[in-house]
Design a protein around this ligand. Structure first.
Ligand code: ADP
Ligand code: ZN
Ligand code: ZN
Length: 755
């Protein structure tokens, strides 16, 4: 029997806002999570859209990652978004997945990854560059169904039925009626149409693009490389294209780009430093005059970068050529990725998110099911070893495309000779000979400035930087002492600041001093110095290049800046000073870098009909590195290095991560790392004991003080990448909770290149 007085069960209170949904937003803040907000008008297709949200006392622009059903945040605490910005299409799902991968692999907050990967202008509410787009649309199932309900002869119905026949560009739709394009935003919003993945050509029918001019007839090896890679278009595979400078790698890339464009797809070309390679840009644009080329690099104005990003994203850009950052360009029709000079250290970002654009590129190629070509004269040992094991497919170009033979490489033994201004008799004679023959020479040394240090012989004072554990470099040209690590500079003192001695002296030599000495010895020669001081802007750099190409210089004195990707047809001699430092450096990658650099700089000589000669001044002429160099035998060098690495358990035979800390006091930095190591030990005792993940001691970095901060590091290593990744994920969670003084900064560097 029911008591009559029982009140009926209370219905649940009506939701305060029926339409409200939860949106999970990535925000560019240093916290490893996303942020939940309420949005009245959120729709399923808003994932990937930018959104403006209240944050703290201000506003931030974020990106919607998901529309979760529930949230851990109490509903009363949830704030509402200010606006979902629908002024551009959502960032594509595969782009968000790329950001997510980087966030997990490099242990970097996803909001920061996205903030970094998005051009500046897109991180603001306003400021979207206006680009005239001609994107293509397709009909969705919803749109197909909607046709039945539309009035006959309405513009809406005509647009939809036109699309029923296949994808059409905006320009084609405009032909139906001037009002047709006005319907597009509404149709997109209703979900009746969507942007086409594979844009058709003007006629509406996808057809090959006739956009290229013809290159030279390929050599058999080039032909084979092009055919092999072309056959792999449409699925993932990784190729290592190994060939010395001038062997025709770039020509191979261009042929592949041609094929990709013919399929209506986009190509992504990554190069180390675009500011230094305007030649490649010129070569690409003159080969593909009809193609839309977007070049992206850090020197670009914000607006231009955002524009290129959007043009790539809407499928308008056919070729994207850029530096490491351009790996984050959305490319709906991606067909091929090329990474030129794949070993180059500038593909690795050394601050913020310390990602390797080459490694991310490989992941991306796999994600998108497209081939990737890594090209190099001196591949990284990681890539070389992968090719030896068959993980990458090795393609060899064994000869120069035009010149008869590679340059002759000789070592000049400097251990028995008194050098004159750092140069041997042999080198001086070789320079004189080139002058006589009106050919160009290059004297290479990797040290800019006049001298690396100023010192007082009487009291022992040296020009130490007040902020760094390093010496300030003498720059005689503008009479300054300059720290190359923190940028601090001072006036060049005329007397010892410590004892007043007027006889203070520069020790060692940099490019300025060598250039000066050469000018004294060869007064008739036109000497041109090329380094970061003489080529500060792209404009200065181009002017220098032009002068060299026009034969306005007889002897170049330069740093590695000169080593990359330039043809100097009259250059027949390269002299290398001070190379030995790389042989015995503490960093296990130093020999690899030295070899690559010498191959590269040597490759500058004898590119045309004139045979080239490389003279390496060394105290160790019999060192295996130099022997391999003289024999142009990268494989020999690489195999010897890999054997050493295997014995020592270094990469690629192990995987590494570096935790670095910096603080005003060295003890603080080291203490923090010790605490971090302790946490790691506790977290992962079992794994550590099993030897899966090894932790080294926290030690001061080699440059232990920079810009007033003391720096220390802790190396973590494992032979298993997945074990390391799993360990680090756990460890990071703990590190975010580890107490540290306010002045301490730390970061994790996955696959570090710098030691
Ligand atoms: P890499 O990229 O390996 O340094 P490039 O592709 O730039 O080599 O080629 C070096 C030079 O040889 C360029 O001037 C290029 O135009 C030319 N070249 C490349 N392939 C051929 C070929 N098959 N026939 C004639 N010249 C070629
Ligand atoms: Zn002194
Ligand atoms: Zn300094």
């Amino acid at each position: 029997m029911k008591p009559a007085s029982t009140p009926p069960p209370t219905p649940p209170p009506p939701p305060s806002n029926r339409a409200s949904r939860i949106v999970s937003v990535a925000l560019d803040v240093p916290l490893p999570r996303s942020f939940d907000y309420l949005a009245d008008d959120a729709r399923d297709d808003d994932i990937g859209r930018r959104v403006s949200v209240p944050f703290g006392s201000g506003e931030k622009i974020g990106v919607i990652l998901a529309l979760p059903q529930s949230t851990d945040v109490p509903t009363s605490k949830l704030k509402s978004v200010r606006a979902i910005l629908r002024d551009m299409p959502p960032l594509p799902t595969d782009w968000l997945a790329l950001a997510d991968f980087c966030s997990r692999y490099y242990q970097h907050p996803v909001g920061e990854v996205i903030g970094f990967a998005l051009p500046q202008n897109l991180r603001r509410r306003e400021g979207l560059p206006t680009i005239k787009t001609d994107e293509a649309y397709v009909l969705t199932e919803l749109g197909r169904a909607a046709q039945a309900d539309l009035p006959k002869r309405s513009v809406a119905l005509r647009v939809l039925s036109a699309l029923d026949g296949g994808a059409l560009r905006r320009s084609a739709l405009r032909e139906i009626s001037a009002a047709a394009t006005k319907t597009l935003p509404e149709f997109l919003a209703k979900g009746w149409i969507s942007l086409a993945e594979n844009a058709p050509t003007e006629s509406g029918v996808p057809s090959p693009k006739q956009k290229s001019s013809i290159g030279p007839t390929l050599h058999p090896e080039q032909e084979a490389a092009v055919e092999t890679i072309s056959a792999a278009l449409g699925s993932f595979s990784c190729f290592l294209l190994h060939g010395i400078t001038g062997s025709g790698k770039t020509e191979v890339y261009l042929r592949l780009v041609d094929r990709v464009l013919a399929q209506g797809k986009q190509a992504l070309l990554l190069v180390p430093e675009i500011a230094l390679t305007p030649q490649l840009e010129g070569r690409v644009s003159s080969r593909f005059p009809g193609a839309h080329l977007v070049s992206l690099h850090s020197g670009l104005a914000d607006g231009a970068r955002a524009k290129g990003f959007l043009q790539a994203m809407n499928g308008e850009a056919d070729i994207v050529l850029g530096t490491r950052l351009s790996i984050f360009t959305p490319l709906p029709n991606l067909g091929l990725i090329v990474v030129d000079e794949e070993q180059d250290a500038s593909f690795k970002q050394q601050d913020g998110m310390r990602y390797s654009a080459r490694d991310v590129a490989i992941w991306r190629a796999k994600q998108r099911g497209v081939p990737i070509v890594l090209g190099s004269a001196t591949p990284s040992l990681e890539s070389w070893s992968a090719a030896q094991k068959g993980r990458y497919k090795l393609l060899e170009l064994s000869r120069r495309a035009v010149a008869e033979a590679p340059p002759t490489v000789r070592c000049v033994n400097t251990s028995r000779e008194k050098l004159q201004d750092g140069m041997s008799e042999h080198l001086l004679r070789a320079l004189a000979l080139r002058l006589e023959r009106r050919e160009q020479s290059l004297v290479f040394l990797n040290r800019r400035g006049y001298a690396p240090v100023l010192a007082c012989p009487s009291c022992g004072w040296v020009s130490q930087c007040t902020a760094c554990a390093a010496n300030m470099v003498v720059h005689l040209a503008d009479k300054r002492l300059r720290c190359h690590h923190c940028g601090h500079e001072e006036k060049l003192p005329t007397a010892c600041p410590s004892c007043g001695n007027q006889d203070i002296q520069p020790f060692g030599r940099g490019t300025q001093r060598v250039a000066e000495a050469i000018s004294m010895r060869f007064p008739e020669a036109r000497v041109l110095r090329v380094d970061r001081d003489s080529a500060r802007s792209p404009k200065q750099w181009n002017a220098l290049l032009e002068a060299i190409q026009n034969g306005e210089a007889d002897i170049l004195v330069g740093t590695q800046m000169l080593a990359k990707g330039h043809d100097f047809p009259r250059l027949t001699l390269v002299g290398v000073l001070n190379a030995d430092a790389g042989l015995f450096a503490a960093d296990f990658r130093a020999p690899e870098r030295l070899f690559a650099q010498l191959m590269q700089v040597g490759g500058r000589s004898g590119r045309a009909e004139l045979p080239g000669e490389v003279l390496v001044q060394t105290q160790y002429p019999d060192h295996p590195l130099y022997r391999a160099l003289a024999a142009h035998d990268f494989a020999n060098f690489a195999d010897a290095q890999l054997a050493e690495r295997e014995a020592a358990g270094f990469p690629p035979y192990s995987h590494q991560a570096m935790l670095r800390a910096e603080a005003p006091q060295l003890a603080q930095a080291v203490e923090y790392l010790k605490a971090a190591a302790e946490v790691a030990g506790k977290l992962n005792e079992a794994k550590l004991n099993a030897g899966e993940v090894r932790l080294y001691d926290a030690v001061p970095m080699r440059l232990h003080r920079r810009a007033h901060l003391e720096r220390a590091q802790l190396l973590v290593e494992s032979s298993s990448r997945s074990a390391l990744q799993a360990f680090i994920a756990e460890w990071m969670t703990a590190l975010y909770q580890l107490k540290a003084t306010k002045t301490l900064r730390w970061h994790l560097d996955i696959d570090p290149l710098e030691f």
